[in-house]
Design a binder for this molecule. Sequence first.
Ligand SMILES: C[S@@+](CC[C@H](N)C(=O)[O-])C[C@H]1O[C@@H](n2cnc3c(N)ncnc32)[C@H](O)[C@@H]1O
Length: 285
Amino acid sequence: MVSSGDPAERPSRPSRPAPVVRPEVWETYGPADLSAVPVFAGGFINFGYWKAVDLEGPLSQGDRIRSEQDLYRHVLDAAAPGGGRAVEVGCGLGLGCALALEEYGPAAVTGVDIHPQQLQRAREANSPLLAAEPHRLRFVLGAAEDLPLGDAEFDCLYSVEAAQHFPDLSAFAREAARVLRPGGRVAVTSFFSVGGVPEPGQRLAGLLDSFASGLDIARPVSRLADALAEAGFADVRVASIGPQVWPGWDRWLARLWEPGTWPRNFLAAWEQRILDYYLVTATRP
Ligand SMILES: C[S@@+](CC[C@H](N)C(=O)[O-])C[C@H]1O[C@@H](n2cnc3c(N)ncnc32)[C@H](O)[C@@H]1O
């Protein structure tokens, strides 16, 4: 069953050494602080879900933040936290945890991130909420592949644009199964290579610096779906949300990046059917 009470008193696994952070992840989310780069906005770090934004008109900072919030809303609609306990894996600055608390009414939200500097930023960005709701929000250092959380502690687990960095999707899926109660939901959104594409790693590395550097890892989405099924999840579903992500992301990028510069190749990779953006959901029996 789901545990209750003070987050600090909830069962968690014995203390363990700090997770090992890959150098590309360390640099991007530490010294380089991607959350402060102008193409990201409002403290979120995702490409956005642009369905509600008019892409024909000029885009504002408000549109950009709305897109990033709407990606969270799309995932949280699928994760359906209800009044239960939710955990976000790869929470970044934790603004998606705050959005979940404010709009979805869960009993509590735990944000997990592998990078200690991200967690520090998350605690600063959410300090009023942490002070006002100390029993409903916490941030925990940990890796997706080895979550420092108790068995069956959560009703839902969600993740937004972080799984492209997880080195071991099978270990992540096993951990998701472990920390969810029976009937718990998992909802993960991120970008993956399109199934059946030969040598996606090589082709994506040729187009996109983030794959060439090893920051993003090229794998078909079936790798995550299969890992969830092997970990015991039922009703594993994969849906492309590319049409709601890539054209809007590229429209926004065009404000800062010329055609032909590498970030504009995300749209090219989607149009060439090498890369897509997906929502993957499943239920723990
Ligand atoms: C692109 S950011 C997304 C942040 C946030 N979800 C958002 O949408 O604003 C990816 C986050 O995943 C974290 N991360 C990368 N690898 C991880 C891992 N193996 N386990 C947990 N977090 C990880 C990074 O530190 C970073 O904060």
